[in-house]
Ligand binder design. Structure first.
Ligand SMILES: Nc1nc2c(ncn2[C@@H]2O[C@H](COP(=O)(O)OP(=O)(O)OP(=O)(O)O)[C@@H](O)[C@H]2O)c(=O)[nH]1
Ligand SMILES: [Mg+2]
Length: 258
């Protein structure tokens, strides 16, 4: 079975796309332990069983809201084979911040440039090949409303799936001094055996970014999973960067992503 997670800002058409693809086979429940709705759908595409998971609409993947924690936990821990990042193509600039954060999770990903009917109506233009070069993963124009691009999207899913990669090598978007710091953290992670258990589960680039931004949810999760406590990890060096930029590290990274 191919497991696909749909992630994107609120109102980008995630549910509409799932409904258009799978008909009305939507199963509605709750995420374990919380009252946020969990929707899944199953259908068959060219002899492949497909599971579609409708993640809550989010603007970020911070440790601060339930929806954002559900989204990143699902993508990191439930091993979807592919993430479909649904964006509103008429609102690209606002949508691409989350796309950038999703890339950091390093899972195989495809962008659905949804609302493409509106995009056309507005007579917007996109240099498609340049855009794909910049985002570093495939993008397919879709309209859930007009049922356009659905076959192309699913064909791309099968193509990406057949490559059977767990982690994808995207470039991280940060400036040189941040990048250097990430490299230092990665060196520490690689030279100590005890971190192996974490690196087997999470891509090292992702671990490095989470440690650098003191991500509390990541620290909690890792502590629970492996007993390793990353609290205060690299604290001195993080504070040095904060002094240099005269800002807190989360804001520094967020600004560079923007
Ligand atoms: N014109 C147009 N409208 C669309 C398209 N996709 C979805 N819509 C409409 O946009 C609205 C929001 O769609 P949803 O599928 O509910 O969006 P969502 O991403 O699931 O939103 P959340 O669950 O709140 O995160 C609905 O009224 C859809 O009918 C599209 O491609 N074109
Ligand atoms: Mg929805």
């Amino acid at each position: 079975m191919i497991k696909i997670a749909f992630a994107g800002n609120p109102n980008t058409g995630k549910s509409a796309l799932i409904n258009a693809l799978a008909g009305s086979n939507l199963k509605v429940g709750n995420w374990p332990g919380v009252t946020v709705e969990k929707k899944e759908a199953y259908f068959n595409y060219e002899n492949n069983e497909i599971m579609l998971v409708d993640l809550p609409g989010v603007y970020s993947l911070s440790p601060y809201t339930l929806e954002e924690k559900i989204t990143r936990d699902f993508i990191l821990n439930e091993n979807p084979d592919i993430v479909i990042n649904v964006v509103d193509s008429t609102n690209l600039e606002r949508n691409l911040y989350l796309s950038c954060l999703l890339k950091e999770l390093k899972k195989p990903m495809i962008m659905a440039l949804n609302f493409y009917d509106e995009f056309d109506k507005l007579d917007y233009k996109l240099d498609f090949s340049k855009f794909i070069d910049l985002i570093e993963y495939p993008a397919i124009p879709t309209s859930a409303l007009k049922r356009k691009g659905l076959k192309e999207l699913m064909d791309k899913v099968l193509e990406v799936y057949s490559k059977k990669q767990n982690f994808i090598d995207y470039q991280l978007p940060f400036q040189k001094d941040i990048q250097n710091e990430l490299e230092e953290i990665k060196k520490i992670l690689l030279t100590n055996e005890k971190y192996k258990i974490i690196l087997n589960k999470y891509h090292i680039d992702y671990v490095a970014v989470k440690l650098l931004e003191r991500d509390s949810w990541f620290n909690e999760t890792v502590l629970k999973e492996s007993g390793i406590d990353f609290k205060n990890f690299e604290e001195e060096r993080i504070e040095k960067l904060e002094k240099k930029y005269e800002n807190d590290i989360e804001t520094i990274l967020a600004e560079q992503r923007y």
